[in-house]
Design a protein around this ligand. Structure first.
Ligand code: AMP
Length: 211
């Protein structure tokens, strides 16, 4: 399976990408998660991206491409958070064309900004496995503790309201144009990010090739 999941921060794209990865047995590749791992390890990449990420800005393409390259080469991936600009989409097109392994689908999870800002207000992320909860709509069974792995839940620095605004602006200006790029290739499946999480996954799965 080769899939790109696009949506604004907080649209539920990460949740859907994870569920689809399980269902289709393909690696879930969140560039945000991969970059946060580098920050945690405090390695050279982590030191280059920490400030940019905390500020809600995009990190340089060369770093991001390095993160996703092994998955493109493996021929199986569900990208979450990549590509984020037309340039990144074109770089990915080139890499896939060179291998003769086109995308199966681009899933566009749609939601409006007001809903996102409300959602992000209660968003908590597991420090261990990256699972995402919401104190209103999807609370953990025990406050502050991850249901899946028992890890501690925190509010990410870049989920603060001011930074969320910046991330949304980046999304509208830089990422949304990608949807038309993929539309012209006939790859886009659009779905509302409102509603039951499992129902949304089912609706997306129906559109994907059976393997
Ligand atoms: P996310 O977890 O997808 O919301 O990503 C968190 C942050 O990681 C973003 O705000 C960017 O700073 C950085 N990031 C993740 N993916 C990319 C990408 N494809 N291009 C540039 N920056 C990215």
């Amino acid at each position: 399976m080769r899939l790109v999941v696009i949506g604004a921060p907080g649209a539920g794209k990460g949740t859907q990408a994870k569920l689809l990865a399980k269902r289709f047995n393909a690696p879930h590749v969140s560039t945000g998660d991969l970059l946060r791992e580098h920050i945690e390890q405090d390695d050279a990449v982590g030191r280059r991206v920490r400030e940019l990420m905390d500020a809600g800005s995009l990190v340089p393409d060369d770093i991001v491409i390095e993160q996703i390259q092994p998955f493109v080469e493996s021929g199986s991936f569900i990208f979450d958070g990549f590509p984020r600009t037309i340039r990144q989409a074109e770089l990915l097109d080139g890499m896939l064309a060179a291998r003769g392994t086109p995308l199966d689908k681009v899933v566009y999870v749609m939601i409006n900004d007001d809903v996102i800002i409300n959602r992000m207000a209660g968003r908590q992320t597991c420090t261990n496995c990256g699972s995402i909860y919401n104190t209103e709509s999807n609370p953990p069974r025990h406050g502050g503790v991850c249901d899946s792995c028992g890890g501690a839940l925190v509010v990410r620095e870049d989920d603060s309201p001011v930074v969320v605004r910046r991330r949304l602006d980046n999304y509208h200006n830089l990422t949304e144009p990608i949807i038309d790029h993929y539309r012209s290739m006939g790859l886009v499946f659009e779905i509302s990010g409102l509603g039951d999480i499992g129902d949304i996954t089912d609706a997306i799965a129906k559109e994907l090739p059976k393997r």
